[in-house]
Design a protein around this ligand. Sequence first.
Ligand code: ATP
Ligand code: MG
Length: 408
Amino acid sequence: MNSHARISNPPDETSHGKKKNAKLKVKTKEYKIHKQKHFCFITNKYMSKIILTGDRPTGRLHLGHYVGSLKRRVELQNSGEFDKIYIMIADAQALTDNADNPEKVRQNIIEVALDYLSCGLDPEKSTIFIQSQVPELCELAFYYMNLVTVSRLQRNPTVKTEIQMRNFETSIPVGFFTYPISQASDITAFKATTVPAGEDQEPMLEQAREIVRRFNSTYGEVLVEPSILLPNNSACLRLPGTDGKAKMSKSLGNCIYLSDTPEDVKKRVMSMFTDPDHLRVQDPGKIEGNTVFTYLDAFCKDEHFAKYFPDYANLDELKAHYQRGGLGDVKVKKFLNAILQEELEPIRERRKQFEQDIPGVYQMLKRGSEVARETAAATLADVRKAMRINYFDDEELIRTQAEQKRNK
Ligand code: ATP
Ligand code: MG
């Protein structure tokens, strides 16, 4: 195994962030973002910049995950701008619609972990953990459930779409219905400020912010309101499936996986949905809703033309020719295939190396889960204290009641 593929320890919770915090001086009572150093000051308290994000282990990761969140996470991780980064494999959430198939979830944890490592997530810089190994998250979700109404959950547009996709209309599992609450607990347990995710996660973040506001106003300022960090390229907000459907999704079987062989990627690209009315090469073609061009918007850079398609200087020129007519789908697909192969080749190679050390990957996940658990437990302790359900630590409660009963 080369040095690139070595699996290292997760960051040490006690030393990493706290040392940094100690150096900071509290300067203002107002809410303010210090642009250069990216530190937030809220009501006299230093607030670390913390990332929490993750994926459901329902399959290997695909290009939608990559452009929607994964690539960005790696860039943010390497930017050094964040105090802590938590990456969660959301197995408990995956079970909410796979209760009868826990084996699928069990088998895919390693696949997601391998995809993470091969894309460049580094356990030395990011804490990678498994959701179910942090039981504190369930307890938090249980308390948050009291802060959300059924009708509020019913209004969540992503959940509505997913219920339809899964044919749950007449029998929604309660766990699935309430997963936005569980997601709020995942985010807030780590006091995350930033959640890099695709557009479908916006309603979840809105729900999480509402819970935070409700909790803080009811029990006191404990939780932190998170913000979503969407991809800056609009084609990546919701990458369509190869079949042209609105979203590439494991559950829809319309994916190009990061670990697909070069042959599979080529097959998927060559059979991709384009403009159904573009029947002959000389016909004018449509760009809007044409999956091949959406993928080019997501992946293509000017330098790709010099390398693979020197007839054109940039994507605008290629699009103009397609729209005028005289450019066939096959040529454009071959170009897209070359770009995707270039992007996926190093990921595939790194994956092969990590696959040689599966016990090492599990060890890394175990250590990450331990670190994550410590943080979640600290937040849970704050939550219990704020809710005043920390009875055994509450000497005043015990003393007052003792006096009351004695003096009866
Ligand atoms: P499932 O079908 O099991 O829900 P999924 O393919 O939708 O799987 P998730 O694990 O739900 O994947 O999503 C993980 C992350 O990837 C989220 O941040 C989500 O926004 C992002 N993501 C998933 N699919 C896409 C896509 N097609 N385009 C952009 N981002 C995506
Ligand atoms: Mg999903």
